[in-house]
Design a binder for this molecule. Structure first.
Ligand SMILES: [Zn+2]
Length: 606
């Protein structure tokens, strides 16, 4: 009996591998056809595709407005020889519009090479073409096809694209970019959650005899699965607002709800309309994006890691407090023989002053007290001691989610970097490096690199006084919640009391310190923040800012980074504060309307 069963199993396996028939010389135990005695029965295993086709899910924002859905799209194929004047007449476009639309559709105006040119039309324009019985423009072809349709221009780097619809773009990117191609691919949540969005068709697996009668199944049925909607954490209005502030600058802005890790706004600048990558009539625009030196297609907040600058002083202070290397009352002189200090200021009598003035010598000494404190066990061996203290610093700092991916739901997030003792052994070509040769860590310069997501998460960690949920973009899949890993709370190795000790300094920054002009005190909101100005070898300094509000009960944490934009306080802090005010109050006070206008003008959004 056992051999018969085994033989049948083997034959079924053979069927599964694509062989056509199974003969069962012995009756398998409990198998169908038990009443046929010793008669040989031939079974055929079939795979039957069920007719129902799943509909791809929609993408909605946190207030349930639809951002992406599959809808019919109309395309007008133009003939090779075209009277553009008449085309404009037919569609109700002026001559500039006609020229622009064709230019957008064709890479670098290669009219002949790019044939056929297709333009996507609105319903009203389609009606005009259909009702034109006299054929104003001959040889036009109108087609209708369901495609992913973006209802908003905002959110390009997070919405991404459906891989199948992005083939023309990927081909273009491969041809024009080569080495950079890999970095410029970002399918957003549309790719990340592709399987859940698309759903799948159902299959049955009947076992049939020669007469076509079914005798049970040879495998479990695959159930039909409808495509599921994605409910984003993004606030579409805030996203649009933030994109206008950054416009065609280079940099990023990430806003989080610190209590949940939900990403409220996610801007990578220069910004471009979300539909550009897949629109059949935007090949010309795509060429410009691919060739731009500003790398608009680079998904900056997740993929680009930069030195955080003075923002990192907060991290070093928290770790130094935890390890009892300093106390909130520690005073250090502004000793410019150690490192220069750009802000002329009164002596820093405590940590709050140090943060308020962002005093470089102060934080030089904070870090030094971490690295040069020799553990008793290593007394006399300063080399081993420095390796041990740096490794310890790194272990505490890593608990902030640095030097590792946070696990955001986007493709190819970068981990950033924190140097190890071994890294310095190699880079300095000696194991006997001193604090003096690595002190740039104390200022967030040099080897440390953080992504935008890590910067925003740092703001959230301080807002929460020591913990975070991983930043994420999808808060609900279908009727369910987010991916389980976004519900796991992470704690840093620093106690909450030490984060609390940073907050007076961060409030002083906004009240009378480096970002005093970016206060929201007039509308009763207390902001806690820290600016950063990051030196770089390739041009003007980068401007950085992280902060949260309200300081005592944080509802929003923001990180802003503007490349080559100069002082953090002047460039980055106002953008962050406007986004906070917009989110917390719904509008911006008249007092700041002038700023808003100036920032938008500089960003090319007005
Ligand atoms: Zn100073």
């Amino acid at each position: 009996m056992r051999t018969a069963t085994n033989r049948c199993k083997r034959s079924l396996l053979a069927l599964f591998l694509g062989l056509t028939a199974c003969s069962s010389p012995d009756r398998p135990a409990g198998a169908p056809g038990a009443d046929s005695g010793d008669v040989r029965i031939r079974y055929t295993a079939r795979r039957v595709l069920l007719p129902e086709v799943p509909e791809r899910g929609r993408i909605l924002d946190r207030h349930d407005s639809v951002l992406v859905a599959t809808r019919p799209q109309f395309l007008l194929k133009l003939p090779r020889l075209l009277d553009t004047l008449k085309l404009g007449e037919l569609l109700g476009w002026d001559s500039t519009t006609v020229r622009q639309r064709i230019k957008d559709a064709v890479p670098a105006y290669r009219w002949g090479a790019a044939y056929p040119v297709q333009l996507s039309l609105t319903r009203a324009e389609v009606e005009r073409v259909r009702q034109d019985s006299s054929q104003t423009v001959p040889k036009l072809t109108l087609t209708e096809r369901p495609r992913r349709t973006y209802t908003t221009a905002a959110g390009a780097p997070l919405l991404g694209y459906m891989y199948a619809e992005a083939q023309p773009f990927l081909g273009q990117a491969r041809r024009t970019q080569r080495g950079r191609f890999y970095r410029l691919r970002n399918g957003g949540v549309e790719s990340y959650y592709n399987g859940l969005l698309s759903g799948h068709r159902g299959y049955q697996h009947p076992l049939v005899d020669a007469q076509g009668r079914q005798h049970g199944s040879w495998a479990k049925d695959t159930l039909f699965q409808q495509g599921q909607d994605l409910h984003l954490t993004i606030d579409a209005k805030l996203q649009t607002y933030a994109e206008k502030l950054l416009g065609n600058r280079r940099g990023y802005l990430v806003a989080l709800d610190p209590k949940t890790g939900e990403i409220l706004a996610y801007v990578s600048a220069p910004v471009y309309p979300a539909s550009t990558i897949t629109a059949p009539d935007k090949a010309g625009v795509r060429t410009e994006l691919l060739e731009s030196q500003d790398l608009p297609l680079l998904n900056r907040p997740a993929m680009l890691a930069n030195p955080p600058g003075s923002v990192f002083k907060l991290v070093n202070a928290a770790v130094a407090l935890q390890l009892e290397a300093i106390t909130p009352a520690s005073a250090f002189p502004c000793d410019q023989s150690l490192v220069s200090c750009v802000h002329g200021h009164r002596p820093a009598k405590n940590l709050t002053d140090g943060l308020k003035y962002s005093c470089n010598p102060y934080f030089y000494r904070v870090m030094q007290s971490l690295i040069d404190c020799v553990p008793d066990t290593l007394a006399g061996d300063t080399v081993a001691a420095r390796h041990a203290t740096l490794a310890q610093w790194r272990r505490y700092v890593r608990s902030f989610g640095f030097d590792a991916v946070l696990g955001v739901d986007l493709p190819r997030e970068a981990p950033g970097f924190l140097p190890t003792p071994a890294y310095y052994d190699k880079a300095r070509r000696t194991r006997a490096w001193t604090y003096r040769s690595i002190y740039s860590l104390s200022l967030g310069q040099g080897e440390i690199n953080l992504t935008g997501l890590q910067m925003a998460n740092l703001a959230a960690i301080i807002a929460n006084r020591g913990w975070y949920y991983p930043p994420h973009l999808v808060r609900g899949i279908g009727a369910g919640g987010p991916l389980p890993r976004f519900r796991v709370k992470h704690r840093t190795l620093v106690d909450s009391v030490h984060f609390e000790a940073l907050i007076p300094g961060m409030q002083a920054v906004m009240r009378s310190g480096t970002a005093a002009s970016s206060s929201l005190a007039d509308v009763g909101i207390s902001v806690a923040g820290k600016t950063g100005t990051v030196q770089n070898d390739e041009g003007d300094d980068h401007a950085a800012f992280i902060g949260f509000a309200p300081a005592d009960k944080p509802k929003i944490a923001v990180a802003v980074y503007l490349e080559n934009a100069g002082f953090g306080a002047e460039a980055a802090a106002p953008c962050a504060v406007l986004v906070m005010e917009k989110y917390l109050r719904g509008s911006v006070a008249p007092k700041r309307k002038r700023w808003e206008k100036r920032i938008r003008r500089e960003a090319g959004s007005e």
